[in-house]
Design a protein around this ligand. Sequence first.
Ligand SMILES: N[C@@H](CCC(=O)N[C@@H](CS)C(=O)NCC(=O)O)C(=O)O
Length: 208
Amino acid sequence: MKLYYSPGSCALGIHVLLEEIGKPYQLQKIDLQKQEQYAPDFIKINPKSKVPTLERDDGSVLTEFPAIATWLARNNPDKALLPSEAEAEVRAFEAMDYVVATMHMQGFSRMFRPVNFAPSESDHDKVKARGREIFDKGLALMNKALEGKDYVAGKFSVADAALFYVEFWAAGRMKMELPKNCAAHYERMKSRPAVKRALEQEGLAAAA
Ligand SMILES: N[C@@H](CCC(=O)N[C@@H](CS)C(=O)NCC(=O)O)C(=O)O
């Protein structure tokens, strides 16, 4: 397998899952700052120009965080990256989808890519403020979901890898104070050997 990633991007969550699984894989850096996602060679691999992109052993390519995470979980059942019990499993999907589709794509993207939401620069402050509201609400809801639990669905699952990358963006990149349960979850995640390795490999150990 080969993971196309950019350091500190949402691909960090998939990187964590690959480290949790422990099977051999390669990392291929796509530098988003240098716009390498639009390079013709990468567009041939993923015409969406996004990371994470996972090239599988048969050469086929998988995109979209929830799809990649679910495929990795289903193909490595011994790692229990998805709960076997139905209620816990749907809670893991519910949280993973919310983190990726709402906190990241609706919240964080408004804060850091306001031009994608409003062409006129005079609107960007309002777009960023709305993004921050969505992101903060997401953290508050995930904080509630974590009440009395170590991990989102009880035991470690794909949902925690998703929550981890937005916690990293909040605490590591934006230096925000995380709500209590998210702060404890972020620390718990950072203490996992797989997470330590992924952070180290992306050069983020000091920032996290
Ligand atoms: N819906 C996609 C979102 C992926 C995404 O937005 N990735 C960002 C990095 S965090 C990216 O590749 N951005 C490059 C760009 O939009 O030009 C997923 O679930 O994987």
